[in-house]
Design a protein around this ligand. Structure first.
Ligand code: ADP
Ligand code: MG
Ligand code: MG
Length: 320
């Protein structure tokens, strides 16, 4: 499969024309179909912890069987979804070729790229937006519909009690969508990312912060200009098995929370660990838990997800 589609054993790419037959090819072999989408994984993760009907996910799908599969996976997780349904593109898919411990990801965004402002601002959806108290946006969405991201950011800033959380999502967002990311930064109450995303952000910023350590980068991010000055910004950088670094605006030192390692034989798939961490962390924030406990909830949910194939959580439900 790797040779046939010119894929590297360990990689994550966007599909080109030559990759299009990959998906049906995979489906004709031994396979598993798993609901994905980084922010949707995080939404399922937060709902895994929070009381019923706490989380609503908004995105875009096509008119096909895959949209139905996503709907039923989210329904099973108790996650409410309000999808814009695009009539030109199929539902986005990510093909994963697993060889031993290596995995090659090939994403065809398709309908995921077609989210539109009209959907967000439609009376039914905007009413739901206004009722929400916490907003979480994946950095990936900055490649799709920036006005929708900004609308949520501004809605949060207009109400001092509302919270806006952004995830950096991938190094290429900070590299190639620098301006879009920068437009959102004054609205970040919380920003979550991993070590390579933090480094890519610092690299793209240039100047003093370029090439700095993760704690220094986190401090720098925390100190950026902020619209809602009533709430201090919190920056959370995960580093795989290394400690999670948290910088709070105005504090002189970062806080570091070590990761509890799990036995090698218990690790099934680290794919989506960061999405799960974000789900657990945000659930903690929503429940009003301390920063320390919220980080621990993120690490706990990430550990559960690592023991499953892909971004899944164990059933029957485990409680934190
Ligand atoms: P991403 O998936 O975005 O690269 P990380 O690799 O930083 O994110 O992982 C997110 C979190 O998942 C970590 O902070 C940690 O809590 C948990 N995690 C990741 N890998 C492991 C591991 N091998 N053992 C235990 N926890 C892990
Ligand atoms: Mg990682
Ligand atoms: Mg991640």
């Amino acid at each position: 499969m790797l040779q046939k589609y010119s894929l590297k054993p360990n990689d994550a790419i966007l599909a080109e024309e030559s990759h299009m037959p990959l998906y049906d090819d995979l489906l004709s072999r031994k396979h598993a179909l798993i609901a994905g989408g980084a922010a949707q994984n995080t939404a399922r993760g937060a709902q895994y912890i929070l009381p019923a009907d706490s989380v609503l996910y908004i995105g875009c799908v096509g008119q096909d069987e895959y949209a139905e599969k996503l709907r039923s996976a989210c329904a099973a997780a108790g996650l409410r979804v309000e999808y814009r349904v695009d009539d030109t593109q199929p539902t986005g898919r990510c093909g994963v070729v697993i060889t031993g411990n290596n995995r090659s990801l090939c994403t065809h965004l398709a309908a995921a790229n077609e989210y539109k402002m009209e959907h967000l601002k439609s009376p039914k959806i905007w009413d739901l937006v206004q009722k929400a108290k916490f907003y979480y946006v994946g950095g990936f969405h900055l490649t799709v519909c920036v006005p929708a991201v900004m609308a949520l950011a501004e809605e949060a800033a207009a109400h001092p009690d509302k919270v806006f959380v952004m995830n950096l999502s991938a190094p290429f967002i900070a590299q190639f969508f620098k301006q879009q990311l920068e437009d959102t930064s004054p609205y970040w109450d919380y920003v979550i990312g991993n070590e390579t995303e933090a480094a890519a952000w610092a690299e793209a910023q240039g100047g003093d912060v370029k090439g700095k350590s993760v704690p220094e980068i986190a401090m720098h991010m925390a100190g950026l200009k902020k619209v809602n000055e009533g709430r201090k910004r919190t920056v959370v950088i995960t580093q795989g098995t290394e400690s999670t670094v948290v910088a709070v605006q105005g504090e002189e030192k970062v806080r570091e929370y070590p990761v509890r390692t799990i036995a090698k034989e218990e690790i099934y798939d680290t794919n989506g660990a960061g999405d799960a961490f974000a789900g657990g962390f945000v659930a903690g924030i929503v429940e009003g838990k301390s920063l320390e406990e919220s980080v621990d909830m993120g690490q706990w949910l990430a550990r559960l997800s690592i023991k499953e194939l892909g971004p899944q959580f164990p059933s029957p439900k485990q409680t934190y």
